[in-house]
Design a protein around this ligand. Structure first.
Ligand SMILES: Cc1cc2nc3c(=O)[nH]c(=O)nc-3n(C[C@H](O)[C@H](O)[C@H](O)COP(=O)(O)OP(=O)(O)OC[C@H]3O[C@@H](n4cnc5c(N)ncnc54)[C@H](O)[C@@H]3O)c2cc1C
Length: 288
């Protein structure tokens, strides 16, 4: 279907973007357009104005600092994939983003678009929740910061105001030697995950798991931090048996948002299996 009639603006400053959004209540930001264009084509939304972020300087920057990595909102999946240092600086991020979509979408889709779109099956929101990322926003009262924990409200719903521009995301530096695992199941490679699980933890000198973190995607209305799994494993020496038991715990923490009860059960079972597998992957335990 053809797009609805609309005006197109490509402002050169954040202040102009916010002014346009304030003046046009039904205006929409467009970044990579990979989620928005299908929405417009299906007439699920009919904004009067599209505000393109493409002329804003600096939003496509990747900065690797001593205590954090900052991704500008217009950093694309392909930029993450090809960055020479990110694979070392944020190995789990790169592994998760490797699963996002197909080449055409990866050439345009952006970090900011994915966070703002807030699809619960998306990898970037899941990673942001896992590492407690800080989301940077510019709105009517200037810049402010939001925690990833508070950011996602539901499927395609965030705390962003209609006049807010997401400008970037800060990820805490990845500690040397941190262990991680990520696995997802999609119908075809590059499709949205039916479910996925990411885990990470640090090795203590006692051989036990420390700062245990786990998140599930495609398994709730937002990315789901598996806090029961985290509490269950924190301070324990990870074994294959414990990984399996943690998988069972994960199954109790998710409520897949699908109408078909059978598919919801299937996705819950996926989360259980993937939790056990990613834990074994992270710990270097033999996979069955
Ligand atoms: C075939 C296909 C397969 C896909 N598979 C996956 C997948 O496996 N995993 C995955 O994570 N994603 C997948 N996607 C989605 C893709 O990653 C999108 O690119 C991404 O979710 C949105 O990014 P975008 O830059 O295209 O945003 P856009 O489409 O431009 O915008 C999306 C929404 O966010 C808003 N927005 C965008 N940028 C900002 C900003 N800076 N501030 C405030 N609001 C903003 C827009 O107004 C819009 O509502 C797929 C898409 C397609 C078409």
């Amino acid at each position: 279907m053809k797009l609805p009639d609309l005006d197109y603006c490509a402002p050169a400053s954040l202040e102009e973007v916010v002014a346009l959004l304030s003046a046009n209540a039904d205006a929409k930001i467009i970044s990579g357009g990979q989620s928005l264009m299908p929405v417009l084509a299906f007439r699920l939304n009919a904004p009067s104005v599209l505000v393109d972020l493409g002329r804003l300087q600096g939003l496509d920057r990747i900065e690797i600092g001593a205590d954090h990595v900052r991704l500008g909102a217009r950093v694309r999946w392909i930029d993450i994939e090809r960055h020479p240092a990110l694979r070392t600086a944020q190995p789990l991020l790169v592994a998760m983003i490797d699963h996002v979509a197909h080449t055409q979408v990866r050439n345009r889709g952006t970090v900011g678009g994915s966070l703002a779109h807030a699809d619960p099956a998306s990898e970037m929101p899941g990673f942001a929740r896992l590492v407690d990322a800080v989301i940077e926003v510019f709105g009517e009262s200037g810049p402010r910061e939001l925690s990833a924990e508070d950011f996602f409200l539901g499927p395609l719903e965030t705390v962003l105001e209609p006049t807010d521009v997401l400008t970037g995301v800060r990820l805490p530096a990845w500690p040397a030697g941190r262990r991680w695992g990520f696995q997802e199941v999609a119908r075809r490679r590059g499709d949205f995950a039916m479910a996925g699980v990411a885990v990470c933890f640090d090795d203590g000198t006692d051989g036990a798991v420390h700062d245990m973190r786990a998140v599930a995607i495609g398994a709730g209305s937002t990315p789901v931090r598996l806090s029961g799994v985290e509490a269950f494993l924190e301070g324990r020496v990870l074994t294959a048996e414990l990984a399996e038991a943690a998988g069972a715990t994960a199954g109790q923490e998710v409520s897949p948002m699908v109408e078909d009860a059978g598919e919801a059960d299937y996705r819950r079972a996926l989360v259980m299996t993937l939790t056990a597998r990613t834990l074994k992957q992270a710990a270097g335990l033999e996979q069955e």
